[in-house]
Design a protein around this ligand. Structure first.
Ligand code: ADP
Ligand code: K
Length: 447
């Protein structure tokens, strides 16, 4: 189902013309209202009267996270406070939180893109959604909430965490849809299995997961554990919140539609800032085309991904691949760049391990070292009669040595780095408590 077929299937030339007009308008709008942009454009020799739209977009430079901090709290707002209907903050995964604001019109558009996204994820009017995204300053909870209402769903605003209650509501209220971070959906899937809750007691059909990077390995676990079809939702507070892009449920694994009529995407080289070819990986840069309270031009998201057109599919908008990580959580080890999601991809192909892992970077002398900690699958622990995984256990069981060796070799072959592989017992690594889960520890930063 398409929530807004006219826009979602708009022929590309028409979509470009719309973006072009909206961009020109947005540039003129901020120039007159936000001193930050006016000063910046003056310095760059850009003026609304001569700005030609998309072809001139690269002339605008980038807006970065530091610009939000330097203008904290309201310096980037383009309307008087009395016109701001709501404030949110980014969750502050990296550094100090940033403040964002919305007019009533911005909130309508927020709800519209989320409604589109949920429809693409399989949601229908009349379905019930258990929204386990956090409510509060984080854009996730309320963002999803109003989009779901706009689509005509019944929302159960449970927020994140409180696993007992989540499981109770899933059984009592029989929602068809769960919205959560992927790491929390994993926890719910695991608990359902652990507690022996029958799938017949649940009515779930779809899961809409986002706010942190995840991979096909997690999708498999959540889909089989919850008996759902799970799709990806992406977004960020600086631009709007969740609903900037969304994977269509029937096109899972082929990228997420990025709603181009409101958000103009570019992918650039992380070192040079120059655009990369279609489909190549780089930093995602986003420009709001219709925002009123806080328009943001060429926001350097730090998220590494690629964008490409797929002309065979249900919608015309550009697709975005999975986020490979943030350029600031890319690990550089002995000169080799990699993201923890690469380790996760390798894990997916291994039997007898759980999908939980942790990547720990440290430095011994001048030497960077990486340890990958991974849990054995619960069934294997049971089979081998192990309560924990000790050095003795590894010596006694050839299969464990083989597992360790295979994993280390695959890492070396695929990523080009030797990493130490540590096997742990099932359940030893931290789980999500309702929000995001940090899978990387860089101990080198602490020194
Ligand atoms: P914070 O930057 O503090 O986490 P936000 O809540 O605004 O604040 O989070 C936005 C960021 O979350 C994005 O820039 C991206 O790094 C990450 N993110 C959101 N959705 C996804 C997703 N579906 N896949 C991967 N990363 C995501
Ligand atoms: K996030």
């Amino acid at each position: 189902m398409l929530f807004n077929p006219e826009i979602e299937r708009m022929p590309l030339p028409q979509l470009r013309a719309l973006q072009n007009a909206r961009l020109q308008e947005q540039v003129a709008y901020v120039y007159g209202r936000v001193p930050f942009y006016q000063q910046k454009f003056d310095a760059l020799g850009v003026h609304p009267s001569t700005f030609r739209g998309l072809e001139d977009l690269p002339k605008l430079g980038f807006t970065k996270k530091t610009d939000f901090r330097d203008n904290y709290p309201f310096g980037l707002f383009a309307v008087p406070q009395t016109e701001v209907a709501r404030l949110h903050c980014s969750s502050g995964t990296t550094g100090k939180a940033t403040v964002v604001g919305y007019t009533a019109h911005d909130l309508d558009i927020f709800a519209e893109v989320v409604a589109r996204s949920l429809a693409a994820a399989g949601c229908r009017p009349g379905m019930k959604m258990q929204n386990a995204y956090g409510y509060g300053l984080f854009t996730g909870g309320l963002g999803i909430h109003y989009g779901a209402e706009k689509l005509g769903m019944t929302v159960i605003p449970v927020s994140g965490g409180g696993t007992d209650r989540q499981l109770q509501l899933l059984q009592d209220f029989q929602p068809e849809v769960l919205c959560a971070t992927p790491s929390y959906a994993q926890v719910l899937a695991e608990e359902i299995r652990r507690r022996g809750i029958s799938h017949d007691a649940l009515n779930l059909q779809y899961a809409v997961l986002g706010a942190e990077p995840w991979t096909e390995a997690i999708r498999e676990q959540v889909e089989s554990g919850l008996r759902v079809r799970a799709s990806n939702i992406y977004g960020l507070s600086e631009i709007m919140g969740p609903g900037v892009s969304q994977e269509a449920v029937d096109e899972r694994g082929t990228g997420s539609y990025l709603w181009e009529d409101h958000f103009y995407p570019e992918v650039v080289d992380k070192d040079t800032g120059e655009p990369v070819a279609e489909g190549e990986l780089g930093v995602l840069v986003l420009t709001t085309l219709t925002k009123k309270a806080m328009p943001i031009l060429r926001y350097w998201t730090n998220d590494i991904t690629n964008i490409y057109y797929d002309h065979s599919v249900s919608r015309t908008h550009v697709k975005m691949g999975p986020i490979r990580g943030r350029s600031d959580d890319m690990l550089i080890i002995r000169g080799v760049n990699f993201f923890h999601t690469q380790v996760e991809d390798i894990l997916q192909g291994l039997a007898h391990v759980s999908p939980y892992y942790q990547v720990v970077a440290s430095r011994r002398g001048a030497m960077d070292e990486v340890e990958v900690r991974v849990e054995l699958a619960e069934e294997l622990m049971r089979e081998l009669g192990l309560a924990t995984v000790t050095a003795d256990a590894i010596r006694q069981h050839d299969c464990l040595q083989t597992l360790q060796g295979t994993f280390a070799k695959k890492i070396k072959d695929n990523i080009g780095l030797s990493m130490k592989v540590t096997l742990l017992g099932f359940g030893e690594l931290p789980r999500s408590e309702g929000g995001k889960l940090n899978r990387v520890q860089d101990l080198r930063k602490l020194k």
